[in-house]
Every structure is written in C-alpha cells, then in structure tokens.
Design a protein around this ligand. Structure first.
Ligand SMILES: C[S@@+](CC[C@H](N)C(=O)[O-])C[C@H]1O[C@@H](n2cnc3c(N)ncnc32)[C@H](O)[C@@H]1O
Length: 492
C-alpha cells in the first residue's frame, strides 16, 4: 500500500534530482583507502544507485567515467523516464536506469563496487529499509563501499514538530502543489508570531523559515510525504550490523573530527566514549545532528583506524582556500590562515604548507597530484625535507573540509582555451536549470549570461563567434568564461 502510494507521489511530484559530492565513488574510494581498504578503481568499477530519481546524481558519474558501469533503480517510472531521455541525449552507453521496486533486485544484477542510497532509507517503509541493507550485504564486492544517508535524531525532533504541524494543516488537501503552498503559508504565519527572545520559539522559527528557501519538491517529500523516519546513529549502525555490515566512516569526513566542538566538549567525549560508535553518537547530541551520510563495508574488512600521512601521497589534491591576508611571506615563520568561502580554516606557519596551499588556491578548481605539488614546493623552497609534513597538513586540511583529496582527477580546466569547452552534462543542464554540475560533482549556480553561453561551449566556437551569436561585448564574454572556469565547468 505505502509503496504504491510513494510511486504515485513521486510520479506526480518528481524530486529535484541533483549531484551529491559525498556520495561520489571517487570520494568513497578515497575514504576507504585512508582507512586501509583497497576499493575498486573508480575508472573501472560498477556502481548501483537505489532510489536514483531521474539520475541527477548518477548521470554525471557516468559522463566522468566512461569505462565504468552505472545502474540506477527507482520506483517512479515518471522520474526514470526523465533520466532516460537525458541519457539518450548525452549518448551514454555505460548507464541504465530501471523503473522498478528495489525489492525486485536479484542475483542477476551481480556485484557492485559502490552502492549509493541517498535520501531513501528514512523515506521508505521498514521492509524496504531492510532490503536496502540486505542488498548491500549480498551485492557489495569484498572491498565494496555503500553510502546510505538518513535523517537523524536528535536534530529531527524539532523538525518533526514542523512536519507534524504541516501534515496537520494540509490534511484536507490532496494536490501536491496546493499542499506545498498551504504549508509555506502556515510556516510563514507561525514564524511571524514566534517570540524570538524565547529560545524554544527561536529555534522553531528558524526551522519554519528554512522552508521558504527549499525547492517545492524537497519540502513536499520531506515534510508532507507519508514516510519519514529519522534514526539515532547508533540504532542505524545496529541495523547495519544485523546485516553483517560495519561502519567505515562518515561521508562528510570532517564530521568524524571534533575541531568544531569546544575543548570542554572534546574532553567530555574522551571520558564518555569508549569506542568509535559511542563517540559518534555523543557528537550527534552535541551537534543536534539532523542528517547523516554513513559509509558501510563488510564486517570482515580489516580497517586501519589510525590515519597515516603516507596515504595522501598517491592522491590528487585541490583546495579553493585563500589566505586571509593579501601578502603571504612563506619564509618568515608567521602564521597564515587559509579559508574557504564556506568558512573552513587552516592555520600554518610552516613554509611548505603555506606555499602548497597558495599554489592550490591559485590553480583551483584544477587538481594536482601530491607528487607534483611536493615537487613544485620543493623546487621553489630549495629543500629536501618536509614531504611528510605536507602530507600531514593536507590530511589535516581534508579533516576540516578545506582540502579535497581524491584517488581520481576531476577534469576541470582553469585556463580558458581559444575554443572554450564545457563538459557535456553542464551544457545540457543549462538548457533547463540555473544550477549545473561540475566534474568535482558539485552543483554550482551560474549567472544568466553563463547559462546562455553554456549550451554552446562545445569547443567549436571562439570568443568572437560567441560574442556575435549572443550580441554580447567581448568583455562580457571574457568575464562569463572566467566565471565558468572558476566554477570548474570548463574542460580541456
Ligand atoms: C527522497 S527521494 C530521493 C531521490 C534521490 N536519491 C535524491 O536524493 O535526490 C526518494 C526516492 O526513492 C524512490 N523510492 C521509494 N521507494 C522505492 C522503492 N521501493 N524502490 C525504488 N525506489 C524507491 C522514490 O521514487 C524517490 O525517487
């Protein structure tokens, strides 16, 4: 009954399907490697996505890795139809989307190196949740990694209050868009009468206000859908262990560290938490965690929990961080803070680290191999020592979300060529949305000019041609191309 209801609901009101960088196989493989696993090479692997909607997450992966196989399943045939049309337009032959219940997956589907279930586990009935874990147990290769995201307590206690309010207020309505509109109106009215001086009402108000900026499809399926079951992290892990799966890591790697917590909280954690799972659960209480992206692997995989700097050496590195002061003297021993636009900070007085982060910031969104970065730093500083320090600091940067480490190179190009080319999927997406995916698997918003040019950046038009076709000045074309290069959408 519920499954039939969900099918109809997602057919009628499709989900806004997008890319989630933390679910990307290259990211899963990198984290697996950091913890001592030997995951399959992403350039030659098999990936299964459960509840893939119209493929907004899976299709860009298939574009980036033509020699890997991507399979998605979703119960909503309407969403799958949309995804298939996109795949056909992109002429991809390494991806298939299936419109069916994931409960029908059997042995004939084979084994997968990476399995992804983003936004599905909390949003399906218990039998399907069990099936998701059973599929991970039966279909993951020996060194395979599964990504499962879900809503969590304690953060969802407050959101449940909002959900209950909205379900109650829209109970007499049936049309999805009408329910969304009513929900937004009610949320606005309630928010306007909350007394923000009172902490409880202030928090409630914040949650209500959040709804106004969410895509309608997200609001509908999150707050007005028949099923939405949050879990405590430790309960989720218990369920996974029942299927002989173990906790590998959080896909949002920085969440596994405590640098965002006060020294008192960190000290208390050490006393309270005898093991990793307990520590993670207590951190959720400190952070009022609302959502988790958990990575699982088979229980018999031996994990190396002590992170070693050497693991960084075979990896690719990128960082968008910039120094917070105009001039960086790498030699003078002063501490410099590097910061990303999202507020991640790493401080260092070490010349090697300062120079390396300056290089990375200059060449972002392009990636460099660790070896290439070290070589450049070493040459410029005329040193032979410091390689290990660099690896340690890059790992530190990764653990605060300031540095990207990856076992695969994202193919962005910073230099705008004479005949600029954007990657195919961004060219396609720009035709119907203002947010496109880049090869880092990030969704980036593009300006109206960029959206206009993007579909035509196929490497066959030069700047003069573009300016003429769109009646734009040479300066506007130049600025727009620079914007797209900075967003990582251009390729060579
Ligand atoms: C909240 S949406 C998430 C979609 C997508 N993974 C994302 O995060 O953008 C949940 C998806 O699960 C699909 N779904 C629900 N029950 C399913 C089932 N039994 N088998 C396959 N897909 C299912 C829905 O159709 C919907 O597309």
């Amino acid at each position: 009954m519920i499954t039939a209801h969900l099918t109809q609901s997602y057919d009628e009101f499709p989900y806004y399907s997008r890319a989630f960088p933390e679910s990307h196989p290259a990211h899963l493989a990198t984290i697996g490697q950091l913890f001592g696993m030997s995951p399959a090479r992403v350039s030659e692997c098999r990936v299964l996505e459960l509840g893939c909607a119209s493929g907004g997450n899976l299709i860009p992966m298939a574009v980036a890795f033509p020699h890997s196989q991507f399979l998605g399943i979703d119960i909503s045939s309407e969403q799958v139809k949309q995804g298939k049309a996109q795949i056909q337009q992109l002429q991809l032959t390494n991806i298939a989307l299936v419109a069916d219940n994931l409960a029908t997956i059997d042995e004939s589907w084979g084994q997968f190196d990476y399995m992804i279930a983003h936004g599905v586990y909390s949003w399906v009935p218990e039998t399907i949740r069990e099936q998701i874990l059973r599929l991970c147990r039966n279909h993951l290769t020996e060194q395979g990694i599964a990504y499962i995201s879900y809503n969590t307590y304690p953060g969802w206690h407050l959101r449940e209050m909002v959900r209950d309010l909205l379900l109650y207020a829209t109970a007499d309505e049936t049309a999805p868009q009408q329910r969304v509109d009513t929900a937004k109106t009610i949320a606005r009215q309630f928010a306007s009468i909350c007394d923000s001086q009172q902490i409880e009402q202030h928090l409630f108000q914040q949650e209500l206000n959040r709804l106004q900026t969410q895509p309608d499809s997200h609001l509908f399926h999150e707050y007005l859908e028949a099923v939405n079951t949050p879990f405590y992290f430790h309960d989720f892990i218990n369920q996974a262990q029942h299927y002989h799966l173990q906790y590998l890591a959080d896909a949002l790697f920085s969440r596994m560290f405590e640098s965002d917590l006060s020294p008192q909280a960190q000290q208390m954690l050490q006393q309270l938490a005898p093991d990793l799972i307990t520590a993670e659960q207590y951190k959720d209480f400190f952070r009022n965690q609302k959502f988790r992206q958990t990575l699982l692997c088979h229980e018999d995989v031996k994990l190396e929990r002590y992170l070693k700097a050497e693991v960084v050496e075979p990896l690719m590195v990128a960082s968008s961080a910039q120094p917070t002061r105009d001039r960086v003297n790498v030699y003078d021993g002063t501490e410099v803070a590097f910061q990303t636009s999202k507020g991640a900070v790493l401080r260092s007085s070490n010349p090697v680290t300062k120079l390396a982060l300056s290089y990375l910031g200059q060449c972002y969104p392009e990636m460099m191999s660790f070896a290439q970065l070290w070589h450049q730093v070493q040459q410029d500083l005329g040193i032979t020592e410091g390689r290990k320090q660099l690896a340690t600091d890059l790992l530190r940067g990764f653990s605060v979300d300031l540095v990207t480490l990856s076992c695969e190179k994202a193919g962005c190009q910073k230099q705008v060529s004479n005949y600029p080319m954007a990657w195919s999927i961004a060219r396609q997406q720009a035709q119907f949305q203002s947010e496109v995916v880049n090869p880092h698997h990030q969704m980036v918003s593009v300006s109206p000019y960029a959206r206009q040019l993007l579909p035509y950046l196929d490497g066959r038009r030069d700047r003069a041609n573009l300016a003429q076709q769109f009646q734009l000045s040479a300066t506007t074309v130049e600025q727009t191309l620079a914007e797209l290069a900075q967003l990582g959408v251009l390729v060579s």
